[in-house]
Write a protein that binds this ligand. Sequence first.
Ligand SMILES: NC(=O)c1ccc[n+]([C@@H]2O[C@H](COP(=O)([O-])OP(=O)(O)OC[C@H]3O[C@@H](n4cnc5c(N)ncnc54)[C@H](O)[C@@H]3O)[C@@H](O)[C@H]2O)c1
Length: 380
Amino acid sequence: MASLGVALIGTGFMGKCHAMAWSHVRPVFGDVPDIRLETLCDVDPELTLKRSREFGFARPETDWRKLIEDERIDVVSITAPNNVHREMAVAFLEAGKHVWCEKPMALTLAEAEAMAEAAKKAKGRTLLGYNYIKNPAVLHARHLITSGVIGDVVHFRGQVDEDYLASPDVPWSKRARIDLWGLGTLGDITCHLVSFAHLLIGDIARVSADMETVVKQRPVPGTNEMREVENEDIAHAIVRFKIGISGTLLSSRAAWGRKSLIRFEVHGTKGMLTFDQERLNELQLYVNEGPEATRGFLLNHLITELLPGTETQGAMANVDPVTGQAAWYDLRVRLTKAAEQESGVTEPLLSPLTPMLAKPPKLLRTGEWFRQRRRAGEQP
Ligand SMILES: NC(=O)c1ccc[n+]([C@@H]2O[C@H](COP(=O)([O-])OP(=O)(O)OC[C@H]3O[C@@H](n4cnc5c(N)ncnc54)[C@H](O)[C@@H]3O)[C@@H](O)[C@H]2O)c1
């Protein structure tokens, strides 16, 4: 394919992330088809025109249905609210287009099943917005688990917290409505945690859960009215995975101070792994081996260069420049500087990821990886 025409539906928070991700495909991956930013679609004509100029799209459009038969468009990013995901995704898949649809997939199980059915029959490829599981640190955690480094897995603990609805002063909006937004914290952030659990452990078979709306009413903008919040702020569950092990899932959108906390612990018979999205290049590993005096958590810093043909292509294609994956770039630079100081290596550190993936790095204490490569005469 010589080029790929992109349409983006929705110009809000996630629309901007997708626009930035699309414009980074070539700089990041190099040898890829040309990306043509064809059409930006949103409901407000003025805003759509403004954003299409800012994001670099060729034309604005306010009616998404006009994109269905547009042959200039090969792939559609859907970043509109959850209540329209099914209708849009199914229509574009039936028209032969590729679809990258934001999570949560839909408002109900029946809607999600209809989308899955359409995807099975479609010639286009599909992707859901579970961006956090594309982080190489998380993929590396999965590799360590499946290679038996922590023994047999016995337990999963997960937590996802943010504070975007902690304040009772945040106005009532579509996010509070079941018909437009559906679930509350469950649809916004708990589903990301479930994507981690699914990737690392597998399907969940049983759930015992509870949920609560902390801020029960919110002020309606421009009025003196307070209106009811229809969905949950907090949700937590104890779960049983299909493979038989237990787990806990905790989540809140009203947890002051938390900006993008998504953490997990995977406990095994020989050790444990932990990860926290707020320190997204670090994976902590404890293996119950070696002399007791030196036993402890190893910090596995994954400083990676993204090369075509590796598993991390997905990570970059799925890069979320505002909510986390973008921080990866910044953090990478910061970590590189820290590693320079620690290792005494002054030339630019480009860590080739390809060999890391082909043969996962030995688990080394921070900086040791660089020192070893330096000693071996390799460019770290
Ligand atoms: N993957 C992630 O980490 C992540 C993070 C945040 C949001 N999301 C998801 O992204 C989606 C959008 O969330 P957001 O926070 O960007 O919301 P938002 O309200 O900021 O933006 C949604 C945009 O869609 C537009 N829109 C609504 N109906 C439309 C229609 N019929 N046609 C065209 N445009 C329409 C709205 O005008 C608005 O500009 C949601 O599904 C949300 O769950 C994912």
